[in-house]
Ligand binder design. Structure first.
Ligand SMILES: [Zn+2]
Length: 698
């Protein structure tokens, strides 16, 4: 059947679904068989899972209604009875795993080890297939009938999941090999699309979602209710037929190579592996591994690498196995966690230095145990190079702890609805025309002083704990003050007092709260020089470089003022500072050149200190809470619990996480629960945030 005809037939059946009768059964069977083939063999279904399920269920209902039992029907695997669920069973021979490597070059060593044993220079031919990330399963056929299915388990003993295995469409119930009781091994995998569907359903019903398709495959196969297994489109790929590996088996079956072996499995009715590569020698093998590492093959199954086997089965016997692994095969694992998802849209994000970064907003997807919904595209140059479009299926990768990154689009599956992504012309935050320096890739908003996105990011970082450390001027408050026009730049922070009466008029800002904000601003005028450099947000200058720079600058302080030194810093001298690289040195020089006017004004307001405060002084100023313990519960507006903890600790108090009779104060916010009740029972003094501020102010 032509695909267009199949789709037309399918659509017709679906539109008349409730009117179908006995005369439609044969057509339904044929259509479903075709969709199964497309789904399992071709990996390119042309209808949705939902549509498939409707057709399947309708056929099943009609067959029941008209009492039709057709062993060729795609529904036939459903009607089996439950028995011997999850008894333990011993494997006929141990299911050992393959040796594996993440290093492409280890393949050379692999061949070297083989040559050492064979003591031969003959060219070795390889077969390479996909490494499915699924669940190992062993099937036993007696007189050609499937009689037992055991999970891999620990390799020696597995769980009997025979009833469940019978629900998997791609596991044949009969094979055309009847002379012996034989075992066939392979991998049960769950299509990624099915994995996402199951998780969506589980999310809707409040169940815990599966963290990856392999876990979901395992959970779907090892079900006490086999109808659940049947409802999930598990697939099975056979890759091992131990009898065929014996000398006797090779003779009887007339097979010489692993390719023959796979053809044999296919002739038994097992699904053809979607990818198989023959390498005439190790160089061809390496080239193909390298190609696939750079261009991951696309399937609806999770693939975590490649399996390489010697093609000549005679050599398998010669080489044998070690205690843990066969010597004739090795698994190569792809280097980083790589998954496929849909790119929903692009967010043009304005950084605090004005650089616009394209951020991919993704359909949430699990990458190595973490749910990812955003990934960076770095810059518009790279976006253009990758040719990513909105609505594309994309591969993303999350290697180690770095921010997930979009690898590229899967062009083959585009359906014409994808949209081209163009870089913005104006700043998404302030509307200013964006600028791109000649020879540079970064697109940026030049309105440093007036762009809200830059102001907000810069001010939050300035007031943050590694900067000016204004504990009571939190992120939410900064955003409110920017919106009100009270804050526009660093200098404006030190003029906030002028807006006192307007601030008090705002909802949620009482006198005490405002006083506390203004006090922490006043206190920050004596900012340590290292913190001052961090607060400015000079690109490439973090806490470590801030300290190095402060040390260097403080040594130069004498007759000259701080501004005078900063504005005359040279690239050459900064590069001499140990641990300051050329890019950082350049960034520092450029920053002070560009921001001379702003820094000059700011230095009227703040007076950076060159050495840390003496202990005696600081005790007098801060340690009001020495010897007192505090516990904080509930939620607070404009300040996080962590910030309150810091405030308490800064004042010498001790933070506790639970309420006991020894606790001095419980600080309660909104929705305070059991801790408040307990404190009341124990007679612990309870304070709200206002009262805590008052205590600090005393
Ligand atoms: Zn802007």
């Amino acid at each position: 059947m032509q695909l267009s005809e199949l789709l037309a037939q399918t659509t017709k059946l679906l539109t008349q679904i409730s009117a179908l009768n006995e005369s439609d059964i044969l057509l339904l069977q044929e259509v479903l068989r075709e969709h199964n083939r497309l789904y399992y063999t071709e990996q390119s279904p042309i209808i949705s899972d939902r549509e498939y399920d409707i057709l399947f269920q309708t056929l099943k209902n009609l067959e029941e209604k008209y009492g039709i039992w057709d062993s060729n029907s795609p529904t036939k695997r459903i009607d089996v009875l439950v028995s011997n669920q999850f008894q333990k069973g011993l494997h006929a021979s141990q299911m050992i795993s393959l040796d594996n490597t993440y290093d492409e070059n280890d393949i050379i060593d692999f061949e070297g080890r083989i040559r050492n044993i064979l003591k031969s220079d003959e060219t070795l031919v390889y077969a390479m297939e996909l490494k499915f990330d699924g669940l190992g399963l062993s099937l036993t056929y007696r007189n050609g009938e499937l009689v037992k299915a055991l999970t891999r388990g620990n390799g020696v003993e597995g769980e009997d999941v025979t009833i469940n295995a019978l629900q998997i469409v791609s596991i044949p119930r009969h094979i055309s090999f009847t002379s012996k009781e034989v075992e066939i091994r392979g991998e049960v995998v769950l299509p990624i699309s099915e994995f996402m569907r199951i998780n969506r359903e589980r999310m809707e019903t409040g169940e815990k979602v599966f963290s990856n398709p392999r876990n979901a495959a395992s959970g779907s196969l090892r079900q006490l209710d086999y109808t659940i297994t049947a409802s999930r489109k598990l697939a099975f790929y056979a890759y091992s037929f131990p009898y065929a590996e014996t000398e006797e088996g090779r003779g009887e079956l007339k097979i010489q190579t692993y390719r023959d072996y796979l053809s044999l499995l296919e002739s038994f009715g097992f699904t053809k592996t979607p990818y198989i590569f023959s390498a005439a020698n190790i160089r061809e093998l390496q080239a193909e591994i390298h190609r696939l590492t750079l261009n991951r093959p696309v399937f609806d199954f999770e693939i975590d690498g490649l399996v390489i086997k010697l093609n000549n089965l005679t050599l398998w016997n010669t080489l044998g196995t070690t205690e843990h692994h066969p010597r004739y095969a090795i698994a190569y694992k792809f280097p980083a966690t790589n998954v496929r998802t849909k790119l929903l849209s692009i967010e043009h994000s304005v950084g605090r230095t004005g650089i616009i970064t394209p951020v991919a907003i993704l359909e949430p997807v699990n990458v190595g145990g973490v749910t990812v919904s955003r990934a960076t595209l770095h810059n518009y140059d790279e976006l253009a190079k990758k040719g990513v479009m909105e609505g594309d299926q994309v591969f993303i990768v999350r290697a180690g702890e770095v921010i997930p990154e979009v690898i590229g689009p899967i062009i083959e599956v585009r359906d014409g609805t994808e949209k081209i992504i163009t870089p913005p012309i104006t700043c998404p935050s302030c509307g200013t025309f964006l600028v791109q320096d000649i020879g540079k890739v970064a697109l940026y908003c030049p309105a440093r002083a007036t762009c809200p996105a830059q102001t907000s990011g810069a001010l939050k970082s300035f007031a943050g704990k590694h900067g000016a450390n204004m504990l009571t001027l939190g992120d939410k408050i900064i955003d409110i003050f920017i919106e009100q026009g009270f804050l526009t730049d660093f200098v404006s922070i030190y003029h906030l007092r002028e807006y006192s009466s307007s601030i008090i008029a705002l909802e949620g800002f009482k006198q005490k709260k405002v006083d506390n904000i203004l006090e922490s601003i006043e206190a920050s005028r004596d900012i340590p020089l290292a913190s001052f450099f961090v607060a400015l947000g000079i690109p490439q200058v973090g806490r470590k470089t801030g300290k190095l720079l402060a040390k260097y600058v403080s040594e130069k302080i004498g007759e000259r003022g701080l501004g005078d030194i900063l504005f005359h810093l040279t690239y050459e001298e900064l590069e001499q500072i140990h641990d300051v690289g050329p890019a950082t040195a350049g960034s520092i020089v450029y920053y002070f050149e560009e921001n001379r006017e702003m820094i000059t004004k700011l230095l009227y307001e703040v007076h950076p200190t060159f050495t840390s405060m003496q202990k005696g002084e600081s005790e007098e100023v801060f340690l009001r809470f020495t010897g007192k313990s505090f516990c904080v519960t509930g939620s607070f507006e404009g300040i996080s619990r962590d910030q309150i903890h810091e405030l308490i600790e800064l004042n010498g108090g001790e933070v506790r996480t639970s309420v006991s009779a020894k606790l001095d104060y419980l600080i309660v916010g909104n929705d305070a629960g059991s801790k408040k009740t307990k404190a009341e029972e124990l007679g612990v003094k309870i304070l709200d945030l206002e009262e805590l501020y008052e205590l600090i102010g005393e």
